[in-house]
Design a protein around this ligand. Structure first.
Ligand SMILES: Nc1ncnc2c1ncn2[C@@H]1O[C@H](COP(=O)(O)OP(=O)(O)OP(=O)(O)O)[C@@H](O)[C@H]1O
Length: 253
């Protein structure tokens, strides 16, 4: 469970990006965070794995008080929380399989790290993750030879191999064409349903958010202005979230 209670986030320059956020997300939910550019979506997501520090309030992930973690404890938290980025963050000149294997490096002894000596079990886990994402046939292909959608699947496989309980995705489909973006959303849906992983996605495509996520959190100027089932989101609610600029948002995507 993820629980924000009275969370404020003020950046060093004094800008307040999150105001009094109360939000509870249960294990296995698929949540889309929507709102105008600059509303605070990325900030909200990145506080969960301590990429950003909160300024006040409390943020719990299961029984862990995220703001109290230090050094190694933060790394342990991040092992439980996978992160997917718009830019995939893959190593472009190595194969899909090697990219997935990289996820095991933090837990390897020093001498194995130096020589890149992965165990048979790790290789099997990596291949299983690629298989789950239907991209096993590209295991030995360099990722710079894959399409954007295929690269995002490799990134998802790398995250899955860590066996996280939560996946945070910061605009994971922003750089993809509409067909591929839909496919990647289906991949998230599959992971969510089959593995009961919590998925929290920051997304500009309102239609994809409503179709694939089960819950929508609408943010406006750092405040939650809607939180409910995606099936209950009306045009009026969207206008409220987007501060009357819904048409602009839709035409920009
Ligand atoms: N490091 C920072 N220092 C100061 N202000 C920041 C910093 N990072 C973000 N902000 C500001 O905080 C606000 C929220 O930013 P955030 O990136 O969370 O918005 P967003 O809703 O994800 O926007 P987008 O959809 O454009 O990515 C913005 O006004 C942004 O300019």
């Amino acid at each position: 469970m993820i629980k924000f209670q009275g969370v404020h986030k003020e950046y060093d320059n004094g800008f307040v990006a999150l105001k009094d956020i109360d939000l509870t997300i249960e294990q296995g939910e698929f949540v889309a965070v929507i709102g105008l550019s600059g509303a605070g979506k990325s900030t909200l997501i990145r506080c969960i794995n301590r990429m950003h520090d909160i300024s006040s309030g409390s943020l719990m992930v299961d029984d862990v008080d995220v703001s109290k973690l230090r050094g190694k404890e933060i790394r342990n938290l991040r092992r439980r929380i996978g992160m997917i980025f718009q830019s995939f963050n893959l190593v472009s000149r190595i194969s899909s399989l090697k990219n997935v294997l990289v996820s095991f490096v933090p837990e390897m002894p020093f001498w194995r790290k130096i020589f890149g000596l992965y165990t048979k079990e790790q290789k099997i886990k990596a291949l299983e993750a690629l298989d789950r994402m239907n991209i096993l046939d590209k295991a030995f292909i360099r990722v710079d030879q894959l399409s954007g959608g295929q690269q995002q699947r490799v990134a998802l496989a790398r995250t899955l191999a860590q066996k996280p309980s939560i996946i945070l995705a910061d605009e994971p489909v922003a750089s993809l064409d509409p067909v591929t973006a839909t496919q990647v959303m289906k991949d998230f849906q599959k992971i969510n349903e089959e593995l009961n992983m919590t998925i929290i996605i920051n997304i500009h495509h309102v239609d994809l958010a409503l179709e694939y996520a089960t819950r929508v959190v609408g943010i406006r100027s750092g405040e939650i202005v809607y939180d409910g089932p995606s099936s209950e989101v009306t045009k009026e609610i969207l206008e409220h979230i987007y501060n009357g600029k819904l048409e602009e948002e839709l035409s920009a995507n």
